[in-house]
Design a protein. Structure first.
Length: 305
């Protein structure tokens, strides 16, 4: 598919997820049919203070989308100028519902301040040499969300992603696909649907809105094969051997390509991989107790597969 000037192998995207979508996991998901992978969100003020730490995008994983969050226009401009040399798409987060971000006037709370959204998008577009997209949630009503979408398009964004839930909705709430359809029917830029996709059936249902691509988040954790399974319209059984091999593959990729390799990420992913099969609770307990990679690999080695 074509998206923001990029020719992608799939219309399935990996969502940006804090403390999960690091280099190794992005590359693993891309191997198994994710068309475009998004980085963890980068706060523009943190980037402005220490950009070197965040510039961790190996050529091997391109194309890559980098998500930013913040409201300081100076920091946004600077971050977009620098990231343009590394990212293929810069995505602005207007969808994060966390109280921490709301208190600092970032993320989804900005859906209540359209003028600020306009200023942020215009600044990002002006400062970036690559396409700029934005990610939002339902802004109260479908009608109001459409207004925000039109504003983002008018401000120069090349695409928009909509998580089809409201700010206070938990993950048990079914996504409202009407809002995706409404955006697609009224905008000229690509629309990416997001929310609750964990099977081919749900993917197909979301695609009935005519959205250009579908973004997968939580369902990919510990299961990068979901992109391949949806592509092939199947649901693979969770097997200990497969999960163990995928975890080892993740560790190998992250150690090879991530210049800031951290065991805390490996452990977090290990806990996600080691679930869904008989005896997984005991294995996860042992993983939780591991203090370094050597101890973790010892746990994996002694799993009866």
């Amino acid at each position: 598919m074509n998206y923001c000037g990029l020719k992608l192998k799939s219309d399935l995207f990996l969502a940006p997820m804090h403390e999960y979508t690091n280099v190794g996991f992005r590359m693993l998901c891309k191997k198994y049919n994710a068309g475009l992978c998004y980085s963890e969100m980068i706060h523009v003020d943190s980037f402005y203070r220490d950009e070197e730490y965040f510039l961790n995008f190996p050529e091997k994983e391109k194309p890559v989308a980098v998500q930013i969050i913040g409201n300081n226009l100076k920091s946004i401009g600077y971050t977009c100028r620098v990231l343009s040399e590394y990212a293929d798409v810069i995505d602005i987060n207007f969808g994060c519902p966390m109280e921490k971000e709301a208190e600092s006037m970032c993320g989804a709370v900005l859906l209540n301040f359209p003028k600020k959204i306009e200023d942020i998008v215009k600044t990002a577009v002006k400062s970036s040499s690559v396409p700029v997209s934005a990610k939002i949630r339902i802004a109260g009503t479908v009608k109001n969300t459409l207004k925000i979408g039109k504003l983002i398009e008018k401000s120069g964004a090349s695409a928009i992603t909509i998580h089809a839930r409201k700010i206070k909705d938990n993950y048990a709430i079914k996504p409202d696909l009407r809002v995706i359809k409404e955006l697609k029917n009224n905008l000229t830029i690509p629309v990416v649907g997001n929310g609750g996709i964990d099977s081919y059936e749900k993917y197909k249902e979301m695609k009935e809105t005519k959205c250009d691509a579908v973004m997968i988040g939580k369902a990919s954790l510990g299961n990068p094969l979901i992109f391949k399974d949806i592509k092939e319209n199947k649901r693979a059984l969770v097997k200990i051997k497969t999960q163990t091999e995928l975890l080892k593959e993740y560790i190998s990729l992250d150690k090879k390509y991530n210049k800031h390799y951290e065991f805390s990420y490996t452990k977090r992913h290990a806990l996600a991989f080691m679930k869904g099969f008989k005896g997984s609770a005991q294995i996860r307990n042992k993983v939780s107790e591991s203090k370094n990679e050597k101890e973790l690999l010892k746990v994996i080695k002694h799993i009866d597969i």
